[in-house]
Ligand binder design. Structure first.
Ligand SMILES: Cc1cc2nc3c(=O)[nH]c(=O)nc-3n(C[C@H](O)[C@H](O)[C@H](O)COP(=O)(O)OP(=O)(O)OC[C@H]3O[C@@H](n4cnc5c(N)ncnc54)[C@H](O)[C@@H]3O)c2cc1C
Length: 511
């Protein structure tokens, strides 16, 4: 029987562990934290429940790529999902789901009302966007199809790709300058870069459509099918009861097949002999041998501390040095005894108080935290899952991207930061402070401890900069694979599920 070890029980580690267990391997998952799931975790306090990491999931809808994987794992239909959507607010306008549905193109109409001088450019841009959405759809389904199933999808991608090929080497700033003149409209399509701490000329032009899909902004927008017959476009979903429900499913898939989880178990060393990985040593000194190992988490720590820079080929070590990482987040969870719906009646709203993305990103990267003044996100999970708060109350999460280190340190400034960010959120939901019955906060330092990214916690993982990538899945050691959000797969829950599964398949072939 193949012995497999998985380091880290986030969504990447869990997916790998479940596939290994289903394949008949003897699996041990080592997790340094006291719970499994990594940042995919739902916590409870005083009758309220909040997600501490992912909240909005792509590709989980019926028939979509993750749903297909879960079905193949025998876990299909086990999550209760509801369609999700984002509201966007800027200093002087908002684009939020209208009460009365205005058809799939309502955002186009709204943008033309707001920017009438750009009407023709908006039409031109949407030709590019729609082609790109279809391309993304086919690409995502091809990633989970078997080789025969992938052929028609890839053939379908070809004409779509030829239509956007000229933008392949462009950056996001060039793309926006090509289509629009109004700076505010350019920012509308790029604003997510602030959260990824990416400069506008660092992000690939063809990345822009990913965060601007029409289905993401109104749950009533039907997913489009490429050529009218292709698989349906990707949508956003929330999991009833919180994302921790996904962790429970994956855990069951591992444990029911004899796999085991070991929490509070830090892997300190990956044991290598010759060109093979042969096991791990835990912080207490205990050694576990294995034929296969999957590592996730902090790429630099994994390769430089758990193996050793001197044991790595120079080129590989340089690749690891070169991985750009996102910043962390500062998150405040509130339990409130008020009705929030007069101010926010859908679960997620992004509030951006800036129009200069590059200036904000540069400040953040140099450790200057805006404390919510440049923007924040308000997430109210009890709006899609009433059981996440006691009757008549709401669970509210307010958070922003935040630098790992700030002057004075996070521990000593935590209280001040909570007050400032709640004051900012209070402007959007009056009464929030007065009606708070419980609250707790997670600083970047706390996130670093929780995920074993003590040097630099990165909330999404590797920052998608043009011509850069995360750590390769295939490592210089046979039998050792690197997965997770700092790997070449990049950030996001669905990305971890899709890519950990395909790395597992490669690893089995290689064994
Ligand atoms: C606040 C926040 C909001 C987000 N929002 C979304 C969202 O809405 N939608 C979305 O798709 N994605 C979102 N993301 C990103 C997404 O959650 C991550 O990309 C993904 O969950 C990462 O999974 P992972 O397995 O790579 O890492 P993690 O979840 O960080 O898991 C890695 C695990 O490995 C463990 N570990 C590391 N080193 C060791 C070691 N040496 N020994 C033992 N254990 C170890 C860590 O303790 C951790 O539990 C969000 C992330 C955050 C933090």
């Amino acid at each position: 029987m193949t012995r497999a070890i998985v380091i880290g029980s986030g969504m990447a580690g869990l997916t790998a562990a479940a596939h290994l267990a289903m394949d008949g391997c003897q699996v041990k998952v080592f997790e340094q934290a006291g719970h499994i799931g990594g940042v995919t975790a739902t916590f409870e306090r005083d009758g309220f429940r909040w997600d501490i990491g992912p909240m909005i999931l792509e590709g989980f809808g019926p028939g979509e790529p993750v749903d297909r994987i879960l079905k193949r794992m025998g876990l299909g239909g086990r999550l209760t999902l509801s369609r999700h959507e984002r509201g966007l607010h800027f200093p002087d306008y908002a684009v939020t789901r209208p009460e009365e549905y205005g058809g799939p193109d309502w955002r186009v109409k709204r943008l033309k009302e707001l920017f009438p001088h750009e009407a023709a450019n908006i039409d031109r841009f949407y030709v590019f966007l729609r082609r790109s959405f279809d391309l993304i759809t086919l690409d995502r389904y091809a990633a989970v199809a078997d080789s025969a199933g992938a052929i028609p999808l890839k053939l379908g991608m070809l004409p779509l790709f030829l239509g956007v090929k000229k933008y392949v080497h462009w950056n996001a700033r060039q793309l926006m300058d090509h289509f629009f003149t109004d700076e505010k409209l350019k920012i509308f399509f790029l604003v997510i870069l602030v959260d990824m701490t990416l400069l506008t000329d660092e992000y690939p032009a063809l990345g822009v459509p990913f965060s601007n899909q029409e289905t993401y902004f109104d749950r009533r927008v039907p997913p489009h099918r490429p050529y009218g017959i292709g698989p349906k476009g990707i949508t956003l979903h929330a999991v009833e009861g919180g994302c921790g429900e996904i962790v429970k499913l994956m855990e069951e898939a591992v444990v029911s097949r004899g796999g085991s989880f070991h929490v509070n178990s830090t892997v300190e060393r990956i044991l290598v002999e010759g060109d093979r990985a042969v096991g791990v040593r835990l912080a207490g000194g205990e050694e576990h041998r294995a034929d296969l190992a999957f590592a996730s988490g902090d790429a630099r720590h994994c390769f430089f501390n758990m193996i050793g820079r001197e044991r790595l080929p120079r080129e590989f070590a340089e690749k690891i040095d070169d991985i750009p990482l996102m910043e962390s987040v500062f998150m405040v969870h509130l339990g409130v005894d008020m009705d929030v719906t007069p101010w926010q009646d859908t679960p997620v709203h992004y509030h951006y108080n800036i129009y200069d993305i590059d200036a904000e990103v540069s400040r953040m990267r140099s450790g200057l935290y805006h404390k919510g003044k440049s923007g924040f996100l308000i997430y109210i999970p009890s709006l899609h899952s009433p059981q996440m708060a006691p009757p008549g109350k709401h669970a509210v999460t307010v958070y922003t991207v935040a630098p790992n280190r700030i002057e004075g340190g996070w521990d000593s400034r935590k209280g001040e930061m909570i007050d400032t960010i709640v004051d900012e959120a209070e402007v959007k939901i009056p009464g929030l402070r007065k009606h708070t019955v419980t609250r707790w906060a997670i600083t970047p330092k706390d996130f670093g401890i929780l995920t074993h990214m003590r040097e630099h916690h990165s909330f999404g993982g590797f920052r998608p900069v043009i011509n850069k990538t995360g750590a390769p899945h295939r490592t210089p050691y046979r039998g050792l694979w690197f997965i997770g959000c700092q790997s070449e797969s990049g950030p996001g829950v669905w990305t971890q599920i899709i890519s950990a599964r395909s790395v597992f398949k490669k690893a089995r072939r290689d064994l």
